[in-house]
Design a protein around this ligand. Structure first.
Ligand code: FAS
Ligand code: PHB
Length: 389
C-alpha cells in the first residue's frame, strides 16, 4: 500500500491527526495494534482544554461533546479544611469541558468509516524504516500475513510504549525524565459526583482528586505507593480513603457505589527531543508524558496534532516545507510549559516520601499565597484552561 502519511496508533492523537489530514485532502492510513474495544476500554483523561474542543468542532465531530460534556468554570484546591476555588472563567474568560478521553476516541473512531479514514486494527509487529529518507515505510503483520505501507511521512502516535520514538537515532535524541515515587489509583463508578467542580486535595494521608464523567458517573483518584496492588484495594477501602482525604464537606456529599473500573497508573514527567527526525513526526505520549495532576496529557496530544496537521497540510498542499522543519520546536515550546505546570501542581498537591517539615511548610505557604493572590490564581487558571497554541 502507498499513502502520503502513515499514522501509527489509533488513540486520540492518531485518530485526530487522521481526521484532520483527511479533511484537508491528505491521504493517510492509521495502523493500530489493539482492537477498537481494547482502545475504548482504557479509562484515562477527563478534562478537555479549548484546543481539544475546537479541533473536534472544526471536524464537525463535537455534537455529543456539546450535548454531554460538562462545562466547568472553575476547580478547587483543598488543603485540610480549606477549599481554594480557582475561578478560571472569570480569570481567563475560558472554561474547560469534562468529557472522557474514551468518548473523544469513540467519536473519532465511529466517524472514520464515513469519512474514508482507513484504520487498520490488530496490526502486529509494527516497525518503522528509512525515516531519514523521503521514502520511509512501515511493516506489520495482519492475521499472520506480512504487510508494508510506503509513505512520504510517518506520524508516530503510538504512545509511550510504541516503536516510533525508538526509530530515532540515539545520536540525535535527548530524553528528560522524572519518575514519581507514587502512582494514582483511579476508580470509576456510576454514582453522582460529590461536587459539581473538580477538587484536588492535599491531605496528610496523601493526594485525592474528585472528578466526574457526567452527572451520574464519577471518577476519583488517590495517590498510593508504587508497591501497592489494585487487588488489595476493595471498593470500600477506596471510598473510606477518599472520604478522609477530600475532607468532611466532600465526604458528606459523596455517594458510594460499586466500581466499574479501578486501576493504578504510575506517574512520570518525560520529554523526548526532537519531535521530528527526517520523515518521522512524533505526537502525544509517543514524545512526552505528564503526571495527570494538571489534566494536560490528552490536551498536549491535541496541540501536537494541531501543529502536525498544519505542517503536513502545508507540505502537501502548498509545497511549503517550513512548517515541517519547524514542527518540533513549535510543539516542544508548548510541551515544556505544560510539563512545568503539571510538575508544579504535582509537587504542590502531593506528599513526597522524602519531604520533611520544610517542604510541607513550602506547600502551605504556596497555598496561602494562591488563596490570597489574584495574580497567583491567574497563573494557575491560564495554565489549567490551556496556554495559547
Ligand atoms: P495513547 O497511548 O492514548 O494511544 C497510543 C495508541 O498507539 C494506542 O491505541 C496503542 O494501542 C497504539 N500502539 C502502541 N504501540 C503500538 C504498536 N507497536 N503498533 C501499533 N499501535 C500501537 N491524561 C490526562 O489528561 N488526564 C488523565 O487523567 C490521564 N490519565 C491517564 C492514565 C493512564 C493509565 C495513562 C497511561 C495515561 C493517562 N493520561 C491522562 C494521559 C493520556 O490521556 C494520554 O495523554 C493520551 O492517551 C495520549 O494520547 P496518544 O498520544 O494518542 O497515546
Ligand atoms: C479525570 O477526570 O480523569 C481527571 C481530571 C483531572 C485530572 C486528571 C484526571 O487532572
Amino acid at each position: 500500500m502507498k499513502t502520503q502519511v502513515a499514522i501509527i496508533g489509533a488513540g486520540p492523537a492518531g485518530l485526530l491527526l487522521g481526521h484532520l489530514l483527511k479533511a484537508e485532502g491528505v491521504d493517510c492510513v492509521v495502523i493500530e495494534r489493539q482492537t477498537p474495544d481494547y482502545v475504548l476500554g482504557r479509562i484515562r483523561a477527563g478534562v478537555l482544554e479549548q484546543i481539544t474542543v475546537d479541533l473536534m468542532a472544526r471536524l464537525g465531530l463535537d455534537e455529543r461533546l456539546r450535548a454531554e460534556g460538562l462545562v466547568e468554570e472553575g476547580f478547587n484546591l483543598a488543603d485540610g479544611e480549606r477549599l481554594i476555588r480557582i475561578d478560571v472563567a472569570n480569570l481567563t474568560g475560558q472554561t474547560v469541558v469534562v468529557y472522557g478521553q474514551t468518548e473523544i476516541t469513540k467519536d473519532l473512531m465511529d466517524a472514520a468509516p464515513a469519512r474514508g479514514l482507513p484504520v487498520i486494527y490488530g496490526a502486529e509487529d509494527v516497525a518503522v524504516f528509512d525515516i531519514e529518507t523521503d521514502a520511509p515505510y512501515v511493516t506489520y503483520t495482519l492475521d499472520g500475513a506480512p504487510q508494508r505501507i510506503d509513505a512520504r511521512f510517518i506520524a508516530g502516535c503510538d504512545g509511550f510504549h510504541g516503536p516510533s520514538r525508538k526509530a530515532i537515532p540515539a545520536s540525535v535524541a535527548r530524553e528528560y525524565e522524572r519518575v514519581y515515587p507514587f502512582g494514582w489509583l483511579g476508580i470509576l463508578a456510576d454514582v453522582p459526583p460529590c461536587n459539581h467542580e473538580l477538587i484536588y486535595a492535599n491531605h496528610q494521608r496523601g493526594f485525592a482528586l474528585a472528578s466526574m464523567r457526567s452527572h451520574t458517573r464519577s471518577r476519583y483518584y488517590i495517590d498510593v505507593p508504587l508497591t501497592e496492588k489494585i487487588e488489595d484495594w476493595s471498593d470500600d477501602r477506596i471510598w473510606d480513603e477518599l472520604a478522609i482525604r477530600l475532607g468532611p464537606d466532600a465526604a458528606a456529599n459523596m455517594t458510594r457505589g460499586p466500581s466499574i473500573e479501578k486501576s493504578i497508573a504510575p506517574l512520570r514527567s518525560y520529554v523526548f527531543e526532537p519531535m521530528r527526525h527526517g520523515s518521522l513526526l512524533l505526537c502525544g505520549d509517543a514524545a512526552h508524558i505528564v503526571p495527570p495532576t494538571g489534566a494536560k496529557g490528552l490536551n498536549l496530544a491535541a496541540s501536537d496534532v494541531h501543529y502536525a496537521a498544519h505542517a503536513l497540510t502545508h507540505y502537501f498542499k502548498r509545497a511549503d516545507n517550513d512548517a515541517i522543519a519547524g514542527y518540533s520546536a513549535k510543539a516542544l515550546a508548548r510541551v515544556w510549559k505544560s510539563e512545568r505546570f503539571s510538575w508544579t501542581l504535582t509537587k504542590l498537591m502531593h506528599r513526597f516520601p522524602d519531604d520533611g517539615p520544610f517542604e510541607r511548610a513550602m506547600q502551605v505557604a504556596e497555598l496561602d499565597y494562591i488563596a490570597s493572590s489574584t495574580a497567583a490564581q491567574m497563573s494557575i487558571a491560564e495554565n489549567y484552561v490551556g496556554l495559547p497554541v
